[in-house]
Design a protein around this ligand. Structure first.
Ligand SMILES: [Fe+2]
Length: 198
């Protein structure tokens, strides 16, 4: 199944994400010792193990879904550029998930720049590839950018997901597959879209 982005519905979105994990999860995550699918599954597994909320589990599970922009039919070739994968992912999530989830996706790159500016110990957690991309992403935030970023009411969740992002890069870690998390994802979609909505 490869629907256009505007053909995604609350009935097919979870299956669509699952098919991306099944078909493309094994793709390389540039410079990391895990595949992109393993990376997202590790974050979600760690969140679940720590008893974090369903919103955080799903955010960790889907935060990098924008790396697969070629799956989203109405996007142009330029959108496949990795630079804006966080925005591309958030746009796909937006109609189906609460703002806390889309914010965790949309700002996960900004969160890295934020944490580098505000938590000295955070930088040491970054993988080599993540340090490299930090430069391309604009380096650490300025004081003004930090102040602006802190206005987001979902700041705490965004930061939590960013830490899970760093943690989910372990070679050989065992995780369940996407379908283990599918009922949680569907639950959030149904709650957001309303049980009576078509
Ligand atoms: Fe990530």
């Amino acid at each position: 199944m490869k629907p256009r982005i505007d053909m995604l519905t609350r009935e097919n979105i979870v299956e669509f994400f699952g098919s991306i994990f099944d078909r493309r999860g094994a793709e390389e995550y540039l410079g990391e010792p895990v595949t992109i699918g393993e990376h997202m599954l590790q974050g979600a597994t760690l969140a679940e193990r720590d008893g974090l909320s369903e919103e955080i589990i799903v955010s960790a599970l889907l935060h990098d879904i924008g790396h697969f922009t070629s799956e989203f039919g109405s996007f142009t070739m330029q959108d496949t550029e990795d630079r804006f994968h966080e925005e591309a992912g958030a746009e796909v999530l937006e109609p189906f998930f609460p703002k806390i989830v889309t914010d965790c996706c949309r700002y996960h790159v900004a969160a890295k720049r934020y944490l580098c500016a505000t938590r000295p110990e955070y930088f040491s957690r970054l993988s080599e590839a993540s340090v490299h991309s930090l430069t391309l992403q604009g380096g650490q935030m300025s004081a003004e950018e930090v102040a602006e970023f802190e206005k987001n009411p979902n700041l705490e969740a965004i930061v939590t997901v960013r830490y899970l992002d760093e943690s989910g890069k372990r070679a050989g870690m065992e995780t369940p597959d996407f379908w283990h998390f599918a009922p949680i994802v569907q639950r959030l979609v149904d709650r957001h879209c309303g049980s009576g909505a078509p």
